[in-house]
Design a protein around this ligand. Structure first.
Ligand code: DQA
Length: 143
């Protein structure tokens, strides 16, 4: 089964951000980890990253049109993008929100997710394993 794994702004430079929060893995390594974890579960993971809200929305439209499950780390869009929320709401296949860090244990502005209400579930705080756990959830929901 093919799925989209969408990553929002600044995640393409994850290795240059605060390593105490995000670890040392760069985006290419993260992408490889997701692809390999997906293969173990018979999921073909199409992993993408964009700093553009417009592009993220177009990818969610693609998921809605092609009925593809989605794992999404909306990054900072999580906290304010109603446009991404509305696009995510149009996806009828399972959609899981993930975060590397636990936004609830960070600054107050990160405590709000405008995406969670339209996601099937949220997994946060486990570093790259957040994605692995989301893939497990997707593969179980597909059965
Ligand atoms: C993040 C958490 C967000 O608050 C932040 O803006 C990010 C990354 C995470 O994966 O922990 O860019 O989504």
């Amino acid at each position: 089964m093919r799925i989209l794994v969408l990553n929002g702004p600044n995640l393409g430079r994850i290795d240059l951000r605060d390593s105490a929060i995000y670890g040392d893995m760069n985006f290419v390594a993260l992408k490889n980890l997701i692809v390999e974890a997906g293969k173990e579960m018979n999921l073909e993971c199409d992993v993408r990253q964009s700093d553009s809200e417009v592009e993220m929305i177009s990818w969610l439209h693609e998921a809605a049109e092609e009925n593809l499950p989605v794992v999404i780390n909306p990054a900072a869009f999580t906290h304010y993008s109603y446009a991404i929320r509305d696009a995510a709401d149009m996806v009828s296949a399972p959609l899981i929100e993930v975060h590397l860090s636990n936004p609830m244990s960070r600054e107050e502005f990160r405590h709000t997710s405008v995406i969670s209400g339209v996601a099937n579930g949220t997994i946060a705080g486990f570093g790259p394993d957040s994605y692995r756990l989301a893939l497990i959830a997707i593969s179980r929901m597909a059965k």
